[in-house]
Design a protein around this ligand. Structure first.
Ligand SMILES: [Zn+2]
Length: 83
């Protein structure tokens, strides 16, 4: 194992431990073209979660008008588990 500074697609750098067996040069080149750093990955994930939450909310609000009342109650109770 050795430490390498990896340049990611997003423009950030991160120090990573890469095994010599994993062909570090090829790996670093691949990551510079295809991978974002851990921070950007987390932010992107968070953004997707927010978008999903918003979509769920929109659908929920839209559907609520034509839902039977019992169903609305079930959704209300379980909404945070559904996301
Ligand atoms: Zn980044």
């Amino acid at each position: 194992m050795a430490m390498y500074i990896v340049n990611f697609k997003c423009g950030h750098k991160e120090e990573m431990e890469i095994s010599e067996k994993a062909r570090p040069e090829q790996r670093m080149e691949w990551m510079s073209k295809n991978a974002v750093c851990f921070d950007c990955y987390r932010k992107e994930n968070e953004k997707r979660k927010q978008e999903r939450l918003k979509n769920n909310l929109d659908t929920f609000v839209k559907n609520q008008q034509d839902c039977p009342k019992e169903f609305v109650d079930i959704i209300n109770k379980n909404f945070w588990n559904l996301i």
